[in-house]
Design a protein around this ligand. Structure first.
Ligand SMILES: NC(=O)c1ccc[n+]([C@@H]2O[C@H](COP(=O)([O-])OP(=O)(O)OC[C@H]3O[C@@H](n4cnc5c(N)ncnc54)[C@H](OP(=O)(O)O)[C@@H]3O)[C@@H](O)[C@H]2O)c1
Length: 328
């Protein structure tokens, strides 16, 4: 990679990270085998960063792909940058290490490059549940409880099992409550980011503190699970500012979303199982950048349109999904 548009970025702890990666969440739509096959093709095509998670239910098959790629000399382990995440039901005492141990066994690795707290509370839902599902044991965010989980994450760095640690689905108020208590600061933060949902306050807050934003749903997740769709949701790849830049450069609107993300300073992790699409996404990170005028027009396209609302994580008595995000 790399003609300047998709540079390898350097995290605050000195670890280098590719400027674009590939997601591996099959959105309850693609089987573990289909996602693993796409990871194999993506490694051959030049991807080096993969966003995995225990809850995606496919780490064992993806691990077989990593092992094969490394053993056959297609890629060296140190060239790969592998994310994984602890799911919400493994936040308790001693659980985070056990979760990473299973992930490492499944991924067939000795360490992950970054390990994330997937959501900042222990509320979870059954895989593939519908949008109305609620877990009666769910509770609001608690800084003390989060820190007990984070201290387990910090020990994974001490043990060399995770080179960096990260948070995901955070807000500025939540970060304000916990960052000052972290012995090891997060190096990466996964957040929903696409032209219609730019989270400028959270994005700038992270950048100012040396935390690298990782953009999930960078294309506006057109095939996200049904539980994550509402009639008000906007379609990023149909926004006039996106279409105008696509026409001007003769590229697909998906490439505009990715160039915008990278030029803004994020690391996007688009997903596809289709070779044509995932290779096009990698190519989009290279080649001609968007102009300053196009970047300015896209900045104005923000509609504060959150797609992954997280309503399945609400606790009894919560009013709406906005309670999860302090209405940011
Ligand atoms: N931390 C978290 O809580 C969290 C939450 C959500 C997602 N994520 C991560 O972020 C990754 C990406 O998010 P996402 O998969 O929801 O959304 P996304 O990457 O914005 O969108 C993926 C969809 O866009 C389509 N697509 C991909 N490349 C395309 C192209 N070049 N042209 C046209 N369409 C294209 C794909 O359709 P086809 O399948 O038809 O190619 C795919 O279904 C996930 O896989 C996961 O790893 C993390």
């Amino acid at each position: 990679m790399g003609d300047g548009l998709s540079p390898r970025r350097v995290l605050y702890n000195g670890n280098e990270i590719p400027g674009i990666g590939m997601g591996t969440f099959g959105s309850d739509r693609y089987s573990p085998a289909e996602v693993a096959a796409a990871v194999a093709g993506a490694i051959r095509g030049g991807y080096r960063l993969f966003d995995c998670a225990a809850v995606y239910g496919n780490e064992d098959l993806i691990g077989a792909v990593f092992e094969e790629a490394i053993n056959s000399g297609v890629v060296k382990r140190e060239e790969l940058f592998i994310f994984s995440k602890v799911w919400n039901d493994r936040h308790g005492r001693g659980e985070v290490l056990l979760s990473l141990a299973k992930t490492l066994r499944d991924l067939r690795l000795d360490y992950v490059d970054a390990f994330f707290v997937h959501w900042p509370f222990p509320n979870y839902h059954e895989p593939g549940c519908d949008g109305d599902a609620r877990n009666p044991n769910s509770t609001p965010f608690s800084p003390d409880r989060f820190m007990a989980t984070w201290q387990q994450m910090e020990r994974l760095v001490d043990m060399g099992l995770a080179r960096s640690i990260g948070m995901s689905n955070m807000t500025v108020p939540k970060l304000e409550a916990v960052l000052k208590r972290c012995r090891i600061k997060p190096a990466v933060l996964e957040m929903e980011l696409h032209p219609c949902f730019q989270q400028p306050r959270l994005f700038d807050y992270c950048v100012a503190r040396g935390i690298q934003p990782i953009a999930y749903c960078p294309l506006g997740s057109p095939n996200r699970p049904e539980r994550d769709k509402t009639p008000e949701d906007l379609v990023d790849m149909e926004q006039p500012e996106v279409l105008a830049a696509a026409r001007a450069h003769g590229i697909h609107p998906s490439a505009v979303c990715l160039k915008w993300a990278i030029q803004r300073g994020a690391i996007p992790i688009p997903f596809s199982v289709h070779e044509k699409n995932y290779l096009a996404n990698l190519r989009a990170s290279q080649g001609e950048p968007l102009t300053g005028e196009e970047m300015a027009a896209l900045a104005k396209a923000d509609k504060n349109c959150r797609l992954i609302k997280g309503q399945v994580f609400l606790w009894p008595g919560a009013r709406s999904w906005e309670d999860l995000w302090e209405s940011e």
